[in-house]
Design a protein around this ligand. Structure first.
Ligand SMILES: Cc1cc2nc3c(=O)[nH]c(=O)nc-3n(C[C@H](O)[C@H](O)[C@H](O)COP(=O)(O)OP(=O)(O)OC[C@H]3O[C@@H](n4cnc5c(N)ncnc54)[C@H](O)[C@@H]3O)c2cc1C
Length: 496
């Protein structure tokens, strides 16, 4: 019987890039021949947090990788299956010595899958080597020196993709494997408004931001329409690993040393720090996926309303900026930070619904869904951490301030577009006569407001402010600060 060749495998997860990919570099440094694999896992295909837009983005990213790998006569082995089944099948062809991947700060299902895969590797005498992802550390108990370590990592040299000749399994070897494993079709629909996946596209967004789009970054960051071009829009490329934070950080630092717009680039760099800060928090408190990090809030009970939840999900609440943001998010996969915060605040404060009921709808819509940012942000916006200021957004005032000409609302709530400005922001103020002048019928052409914002803001504010003084909330706040606050908090939060 022919002896099997010993190879190493790179298991790509949310690190869909060739450059500055430590898992790939380490596999190549081993000197053995290497196979790079991506698995569309049933456990994620069936998970309620994910949706088609995510898998299409991944497929586009894989096609982009394959275009670059063509120069090396190889491609990614892409299959739809479960991870252990894939390795069982691969072992029929090769002896696998080491699997290289990045540590994944993901959902509980992926954490459990990793534990199972560790057992699988042990039982099959396979070594599994995981690299640190974007400076996030596994196994920390507090944040002592966290910031210094993150910065040292971000300033360290980038990994360079440099396979030696024939080191990567070639196309015909991969095709042989594809014939046995269940190969995934990588075609995706063309006619969507979503950002297209892939490192090539990721750099187009990053470079155009660094070259010119950053000039009004902080001026436009809260505006729903202008932020779409003034913000970097690199979040999906970071979330799926088309770009590493280190690559972007180093480019931004370089630009900052030469540009006049230091304030804008500095503010951008501080957000790259927040990215890791939030993910680190989630890494150290994985129960945040289902319950508030501050256990004092577990006693907060809210009455579920299917009617309110559906109106919010469909962009039919009767509050123009809320509805415009939701409809835009559904169609494009993106709204800026402030509109995300407002959508979360509207749901949890004004509609008084538990943040847990908003998670899967939002994660399915955000093209950049990143569990480590998503859950901590939702809890922060819901006012259930005990350590952050309570912010209850007023949707009308936010509209008047950040979308004064209603440019954004007109685009996404076209049934209001023919009204004059004050009415676009507050159609419910129109009298019967005014509605007749504009041939507009409130309740028919556009919904009546589903709740009384003023009353509901008051209720939420009263309950949540009182809870801040609850002994259990205070005890938990102290625990959270001790575990998650950086010694050098000011430096972390500075705009550079
Ligand atoms: C309820 C809620 C849920 C969110 N869920 C996600 C999510 O799943 N994935 C995600 O990437 N961001 C999430 N954010 C954070 C933020 O809204 C997005 O990162 C940002 O809008 C992405 O746009 P951009 O790339 O143009 O950002 P830029 O302003 O150009 O920032 C550059 C990068 O910094 C990081 N960043 C920016 N703002 C934040 C922040 N507040 N916290 C952490 N990192 C930040 C992102 O990686 C971003 O791409 C969420 C915010 C809220 C309020």
């Amino acid at each position: 019987m022919k002896t099997k060749e010993h190879i190493n495998v790179v298991w790509l997860k949310r690190d869909l890039r060739l450059q500055d990919n430590e898992a790939i570099s380490n596999a190549l440094k081993s000197g053995k021949r290497v196979l790079i694999v991506y698995v569309f896992e049933h456990l994620l295909l069936n998970d309620a947090h994910y949706s088609k837009r995510h898998f299409n983005f991944i497929k586009e990213s894989l096609r982009d990788l394959n275009e670059n790998l063509a120069a090396h006569q190889t491609k990614i082995l892409t299959v739809t299956s479960d991870i252990s089944s894939v390795f069982n099948q691969l072992q029929a062809f090769h002896k696998i010595d080491t699997v290289f991947s990045h540590v994944e700060t993901g959902l509980l299902v992926t954490y459990n899958r990793d534990k199972e895969f560790k057992r699988y590797c042990r039982n099959n005498l396979i070594h599994w080597e995981e690299s640190k992802n974007n400076g996030v550390e596994r196994g920390l108990v507090n944040r002592d020196n966290w910031f210094e370590n993150w910065e040292t990592y971000m300033n360290s040299p980038l990994e360079v993709f440099q396979p030696s000749d024939n080191q990567l399994l070639n196309l015909s070897e991969i095709e042989t494997l594809e014939n046995v494993l269940s190969e995934t079709n990588l075609t995706t629909p063309e006619d969507t408004k979503f950002q297209k996946g892939g490192t090539t596209m990721g750099w187009k967004y990053a470079n155009s931001f660094f070259e010119n789009r950053h000039v009004d970054y902080m001026v436009n960051i809260s505006k729903p329409e202008a932020s779409r071009t003034s913000c970097s829009r690199i979040s999906p490329y970071i979330a799926w690993g088309n770009l590493s934070i280190r690559q972007v950080f180093q480019k931004a630092k370089q630009l900052k040393s030469t540009t006049q717009d230091k304030r804008h680039i500095g503010a951008f760099i501080s957000r790259l720090r927040w990215q890791a800060h939030f993910i680190q928090k989630f890494e150290m408190e994985h129960t945040m996926e289902n319950a508030s990090v501050n256990k004092g809030y577990h006693k907060l009970k809210k009455t579920l309303s299917e009617r309110y939840q559906n109106a919010w999900k469909d962009g039919q609440t009767g509050f123009p900026l809320v509805d415009a943001s939701m409809r835009c998010l559904i169609e494009t996969g993106y709204v800026n930070f402030r509109m995300r915060a407002m959508l979360a605040s509207f749901f949890t404060h004004i509609l008084w619904q538990p943040w847990q009921s908003a998670t899967t709808h939002l994660s399915q819509q955000f093209l950049d869904f990143e569990p480590g940012i998503h859950f901590p942000q939702l809890q922060m916006q819901a006012g259930e951490t005990g350590i952050n200021n309570l912010r209850i957004y007023n949707p009308t005032l936010n509209g008047l301030k950040h979308d004064p000409d209603a440019e954004f609302i007109k685009k996404w709530v076209p049934e209001l577009a023919h009204l004059d400005i004050p009415f676009i922001h507050e159609p419910y103020l129109m009298t019967e006569m005014e509605q007749a002048f504009y041939s507009f019928k409130l309740g028919e052409d556009y919904p009546m407001p589903i709740v009384d914002v003023k009353e509901n803001r008051k209720r939420a504010s009263k309950i949540l402010w009182n809870m801040k003084k609850d002994p259990e909330v205070l005890r938990e706040s102290y625990r959270i600060l001790k575990r998650h606050t950086l010694q050098d908090r000011k430096r972390m939060l500075r705009s550079d």
